[in-house]
Design a protein around this ligand. Structure first.
Ligand code: C5P
Length: 244
């Protein structure tokens, strides 16, 4: 099976300083990748990196993983919308009203700025959560069941898609359709360290499963040659897409 649309690689700028993030961006600018500003960069040097990415016109994913009352999430989304920000995350466990507030705030703020709104993705079950941990969290059933239940909530709140592991993508696509987007973390090229990630998949298997966006951090950021690591992942993704 091969995905019809070309899936995109997202590189997480999970590095300690603004200078390190700039160096990584410089090394990866030649590739058609989206840069992810997550907790480490957002809380560490957020305004500086967002301004820089906007100045470069670089596609940006703000992985804010917002989870609060609707009014607070709405205010945060308004503050984060800007021209380069194409994707933004909230937690599905914030509930329908919270997700709907995020979607509405993104649309309204983008209209005020005269730009396209970012796509809103709802985080379902983090890829660092192992199946046996779900019960500890009070969640019955396996990752698949929980992801599908949270995805239904996200779809009803008009989110553009969900964040999940590649393992859940075939069921998601079968149930919600190809247009409901899947953004997958826990991507590990064969032979690379899993670290804290539990529900992992290779770039090839994520693309074959139908993932639209693959987010990769340490396999690129900690590689001796991040550009070579990104190039290899992009090649693996393209080979999987064309079915070779
Ligand atoms: O280093 P690694 O490839 O594990 O980094 C993955 C990145 O994707 C991290 O920044 C993490 O916050 C993010 N992410 C994830 N799983 C999710 C959502 C986001 O790994 N479900």
């Amino acid at each position: 099976m091969s995905a019809a649309k070309r899936p995109r690689l997202i590189v997480a700028l999970d590095v300690a300083s603004f200078e390190d993030a700039l160096a990584l961006i410089e090394r990866l600018r030649e590739f058609d990748v989206i840069f992810k500003v997550g907790y480490e960069s957002l809380f560490g040097y957020g305004e500086a990196i967002l301004e820089k990415l906007e100045a470069l016109g670089a596609a940006t994913f703000v992985d804010a993983k917002l989870h609060d009352i609707p009014r607070t999430v709405e205010a945060a989304v308004r503050a984060l919308v800007r021209p380069s920000v194409e994707l933004l995350t909230v937690h599905a466990q914030g509930g329908n009203d919270m997700m709907a507030a995020a979607v509405a705030a993104a649309a309204e703020r983008a209209r005020e700025l005269g730009i396209a709104p970012p796509k809103i993705f709802a985080v379902t079950i983090l890829t660092s959560i192992a199946p046996e941990e779900l019960l500890e969290l009070g969640l019955h059933g396996g990752p698949g069941e929980n992801v599908m239940r949270l995805a239904a909530l996200a779809r009803d709140a008009r989110c553009d898609g969900v964040v999940c592991s590649a393992h859940e993508v075939p069921d998601l696509k079968a149930f919600f359709g190809a247009g409901f987007l899947a953004l997958c973390g826990g991507i590990r090229p064969a032979g690379s360290a899993h670290g804290d990630q539990k529900r992992v998949a290779t770039p090839r298997s994520a693309v074959e499963a139908g993932a639209d966006f693959l987010v990769v951090g340490r396999p690129i950021t900690e590689a001796r040659d991040p550009a070579a690591a990104a190039r290899a992942i992009l090649a693996e993704m393209e080979a999987a897409r064309v079915g070779s």
